[in-house]
Design a protein. Structure first.
Length: 313
């Protein structure tokens, strides 16, 4: 993969007014890329604070934020949460990989006149964070990945929650129509009743994860983020799922960022063995493992995660 410089500033940014009420720290942003696509992101926390880039999991949006933003405010952070193509207000880019969003993020930083900053994100954000670090290494001060997805071997795919294992089987069989149908069906269920649908999707996960699902503060954030992520259609979720299952368009040899990868020993969404194998290919990365934990465990560790990242900056 050839490293690219940020796209020259031919894009246009149109900020929406800040949201009133309990989320009055939230500012909604847009820019138009040279190909006409809209790319959206949000800013929250401390408006004049230290910038930090955050990528949500899958399916996530710029509104996939912590309902309790105290860990961000206490550290004086201006949290820039990006949104990938096909989710929320961001135009779909059919057939995309991870390089495209990496360049979108560089364009966002150009618009905000931010040269370098720490970056972090979890789950399905991991290949997007790695792609950004590979293509725009001069923009990354340090990086953190939380319970990140990684390329799977067949036995690892079978260890996942039932939904993820099924999607892997359909991909191997080349049944992309059924993957689309399943994605569309799950989208409809999540929009109809996000919590009931997600409980069903995570029924084969760990007891730790199922307990976090009942936290009302976690629920409030999840519902806001996922309903926005899926409102324009199933395309973004479908594209991202296919991109994760096929060979990644990332040259891991170009990922030189100082990186900490946090994972859980019981994660059934993203198996630990796959994460260990991927981290072993990164020259400046180390893995830290939470014991007796699941895929949603990072929710309880935000202060620890941020402090470890910021001390490396």
């Amino acid at each position: 993969m050839t490293c690219c410089r940020p796209v020259p500033s031919t894009s246009r940014m149109t900020p929406d007014p800040p949201t009133a009420g309990p989320s009055s720290d939230l500012i909604d942003r847009r820019l138009t890329r040279p190909d006409g696509r809209i790319v959206a992101w949000s800013e929250s926390g401390v408006s004049d604070g230290r910038p930090i880039l955050r990528m949500p999991g899958t399916p996530g949006s710029r509104l996939s934020l912590r309902a309790d933003r105290a860990p961000w405010v206490e550290r004086g952070l201006r949290v820039i949460t990006t949104e990938r193509p096909g989710f929320g207000a961001s135009t779909r880019l059919e057939g995309r990989g991870f390089a495209e969003h990496a360049d979108d993020v560089a364009a966002i930083l150009d618009e905000l006149a931010i040269d370098r900053l720490p970056i972090y994100g979890g789950s399905g954000a991991s290949p997007h964070l790695l792609a950004f670090a590979a293509r725009h290494p001069d923009r990354v001060v340090a990086a953190t990945i939380l319970v990140g997805s990684a390329p799977l071997e067949r036995d690892e795919a079978d260890q996942q929650i039932d939904l993820n294992a099924l999607e892997y089987q359909l991909f191997v069989a080349g049944d992309f129509d059924e993957i689309w149908r399943l994605t569309d069906e799950l989208r409809s269920q999540l929009l109809d009743d996000p919590l009931v649908a997600f409980r069903s999707m995570m029924a084969s996960s760990t007891s730790v994860d199922r307990a976090i699902l009942e936290d009302p503060v976690w629920q409030r954030a999840f519902v806001a983020g996922v309903t926005e992520a899926l409102r324009q259609g199933p395309g973004g979720w479908y594209d991202e799922g296919i991109a994760e299952l096929r060979p990644w368009d990332i040259d891991l040899d170009d990922v030189h960022a100082d990186l900490t990868w946090w994972h859980s020993d019981g994660d059934r969404n993203c198996p630990l063995s796959a994460a260990r194998r991927l981290v072993g290919q990164l020259p400046n990365a180390r893995i830290r493992v939470w014991a007796d934990a699941g895929h949603l465990t990072p929710y309880h560790h935000e202060p620890e995660i941020l402090d470890e990242l910021l001390v490396r900056c």
